[in-house]
Design a protein around this ligand. Structure first.
Ligand code: DGL
Length: 290
């Protein structure tokens, strides 16, 4: 069940004042949200976490496409001015397709992450969800920009469930991380890319297992820099004070609010969104999402 009341005021506002929509399967996108707060403090933001259907990283491309279309339809109803896919799995499996289907500008994390990685080193490791690693999206993006580097990708299926269960400081998580990093350390990587927006939450653990010379690349920093540039180009930057961030999830709002406290430092107010209601209201309004 979702209520559109909070943002109804948004229907008549000038386009600059419209919010930026960002989404992820769960708390991973909060790493992108923090960058938005840092780099674009005037922007109003709507955050959506598809917590009822996480983890995305073990889903098929058809499933991810369906989820992403549902989220974008909803974002469109909320009249966002731009969307950031704060999720590598969606960026790898769905971005190119949905960009053809929606008129709203949509940014993904992989290209900004790849561009940043080639500026850092020549032996690049990528840790990612199984779906992102299998898609080869990072390898392709990196080698297209700079064919003269080497890329190794490792699939890390256990990370997202451990992070969502808030088991960051569980010794088991360190053991799992050690095992995932081992093949990359054997290749003597000089750069490691967080190929999943959840993983910067593991920074203290990963840093403790890596030598200080290895540079960590967080695509969240770079996608938000790209977003700032695009807003400027499209004359969509907001210069007014922002509205409070609106949070919505498909799963349990209380659970997300609790995790929010840990990662954001405050307990967010969280709504629940039910996509079947959205489909019905779209049918009634005769609107088409894609
Ligand atoms: N945080 C997302 C990503 O960057 C999704 C992780 C998941 O749900 O598996 O890939």
């Amino acid at each position: 069940m979702y209520s559109s009341s909070i943002f109804e005021g948004n229907l008549d506002v000038e386009p600059q004042r419209a919010p930026i929509g960002i989404f992820d399967s769960g708390v991973g996108g909060l790493t992108v949200l923090q960058q938005l707060y840092r780099q674009l403090p005037n922007e109003s933001i709507i955050y959506f976490g598809d917590t009822a259907r996480l983890p995305y990283g073990i889903r098929s491309q058809a499933e991810i496409l369906q989820f992403v279309r549902e989220i974008l339809d909803w974002m469109q109803q909320q009249r966002v001015k731009m969307v950031i896919m704060a999720c590598n799995t969606s960026s790898a499996l769905a971005l190119e397709v949905v960009r053809q289907e929606y008129s709203i500008p949509i940014l993904g994390v992989i290209l900004p992450g790849a561009k940043a990685a080639v500026q850092q080193g020549k032996r690049i490791g990528v840790i990612a969800t199984p779906a992102t690693a299998k898609s080869n999206a990072y390898r392709q993006a990196i080698l297209e920009i700079e064919p003269d580097v080497q890329v190794w990708q490792v699939s890390c299926p256990e990370f997202v469930p451990l992070i969502e269960q808030n088991r960051i400081h569980d010794p088991y998580t360190t053991e799992v991380a050690r095992a995932y990093l081992e093949p990359l350390l054997k290749q003597e990587i000089d750069t490691l890319v967080y190929g999943c927006t959840h993983y910067p939450h593991l920074a203290p653990i990963l840093r403790s297992l890596l030598s200080p010379q290895i540079k960590l690349v967080d695509p969240a920093v770079h996608v938000v820099a790209a977003c700032a540039q695009d807003l400027e180009l499209l004359a969509l930057r907001n210069n007014h004070p922002p509205l409070p961030t609106r949070f919505a999830v498909s799963g349990c709002p209380q659970q997300f609010a609790q995790s929010g406290l840990q990662w954001l430092g405050y307990t967010p107010l969280v709504e629940q969104v039910c996509f079947t209601d959205i489909a019905v209201s779209q049918l009634q309004q005769g609107s088409v999402g894609h």
